[in-house]
Design a protein around this ligand. Structure first.
Ligand code: FAD
Length: 334
């Protein structure tokens, strides 16, 4: 059981910066994200794109901004549960909260901050025979720990950056790696596509272009995958794992069941402090809505600051937060 002052749901830029603002007021944070890495949309959708509207940075690459935020919050020693989706959020009689994830990790927190952006990123799944039967038994949609695949037979599918980057990385980890892509050319970065073609030409992996996944086979565990090409030829590839990397699409997910006032797919908040309709639960960043809301990183950072001062009063009802400039208070790790 994890115990913390604030549980932050969502490790996007706004969730990460909320750790900083809470830390400045000496509140500890535990951050949960369904993705295996921090950074939210920036890491998942546009890691290599420049951003031009972060104050103080004329230009910053999305990945760099997330790296910098991670460094900025490090002194406050936040803890993380990554690769798990928050399923249940329950308010207890004493006003604190219990948060339970898809893997049954339980977090006890005095306050909750929902920084869930566009919602849970869920994998786009291929339509193939026996998909349900082997999900979690050889078929995976995310790579949390590449070491799991050492000396295993691996089939990846997809033609975007994620499929290409993981193919390049895992080619030297897996005992045999095959990439299946339904087109002739890749959607991902051209230099990554060239590296994959070069690896295949050097015999370090197999590449099936213009081919589709057709079915998964095995007994209790996945044993092989069949692939069909444009001429309807079917080939069977022995495999311990099949990882379709067709991208992720965001869905509001379980948040809609937590009893919060919603407006379509967003959480309604009071702009005084970004509190929700449930005292002790705050919503900041892209997930919230209020008149004039701008879905920008900058807005989320501002919301995090106001939220933290209000959450302090909820966490420590008998104490007053004092606003001190960081230059004066310094960063005091705990
Ligand atoms: P997100 O970044 O969406 O992070 C939310 C996190 O919550 C996700 O990681 C998600 O997995 C997690 N999550 C959701 N539900 C759960 C759950 N139940 N359990 C566990 N985890 C959960 N903004 C700018 O200011 N400047 C720009 O130049 C800019 N360019 C953009 C370009 C593109 C292509 C896109 C798509 C967006 C751009 N934006 C830009 C918008 C910006 O990315 C968002 O405003 C920002 O990501 C919001 O941050 P967030 O932390 O609120 O949410």
């Amino acid at each position: 059981m994890i115990q913390t002052d604030i549980c932050i749901i969502g490790a996007g830029p706004v969730g990460l910066f909320a750790v900083f603002e809470a830390g400045m007021l000496k509140m500890r944070c535990h951050v949960v994200d369904v993705l295996p890495q921090v950074g939210g949309q920036l890491t998942e959708i546009y890691p290599k794109k420049p951003i031009y509207d972060i104050p103080g940075y004329p230009e910053v690459n999305a990945h760099q901004l997330i790296d910098n935020l991670s460094k900025q919050i490090a002194p406050f020693h936040p803890t993380f549960t990554l690769g798990e989706r928050v399923k249940n959020l329950t308010k207890k009689e004493d006003g604190s909260f219990e948060i339970v994830t898809s893997d049954q990790t339980t977090i006890q927190a005095k306050a909750v901050v929902i920084a869930a952006g566009l919602g849970c990123f869920e994998p786009r799944k291929p339509v193939i025979e026996n998909l349900d039967k082997f999900e979690g038994k050889g078929i995976l949609y995310m790579i949390k720990d590449p070491e799991v695949f050492r000396n295993k037979r691996l089939v990846l599918a997809g033609g975007g950056d994620s499929a290409l980057d993981w193919t390049i990385f895992l080619a030297s980890v897996a005992s045999k790696l095959t990439l299946i892509h339904r087109n002739e050319t890749f959607r991902g970065a051209p230099d990554s596509g060239e590296k994959v073609v070069a690896l295949a030409a050097a015999g370090k992996m197999d590449l099936f272009l213009n081919a589709d996944l057709q079915a998964a086979h095995g007994d209790a565990q996945l044993q092989s995958v069949s692939v069909v090409d444009r001429d309807k030829n079917i080939q069977t590839i022995e495999a311990d794992y099949l990882i379709p990397l067709y991208g992720l699409s965001p869905k509001l997910g379980p948040i809609s069941e937590w009893g919060l006032a919603l407006d379509k797919n967003n959480i309604q908040v009071n702009t005084l402090d970004y509190s929700t309709s449930v005292p002790g639960i705050y919503a900041i960043g892209d997930i919230n809505t209020y008149p004039g809301k701008l879905k920008l990183i900058l807005s989320g950072f501002h919301e995090a600051a106001l939220m933290a001062h209000s959450a302090y009063k909820y966490v420590y009802p008998n104490q007053k937060p004092s606003l001190k400039y960081s230059t004066i208070s310094g960063i005091n790790p705990f």
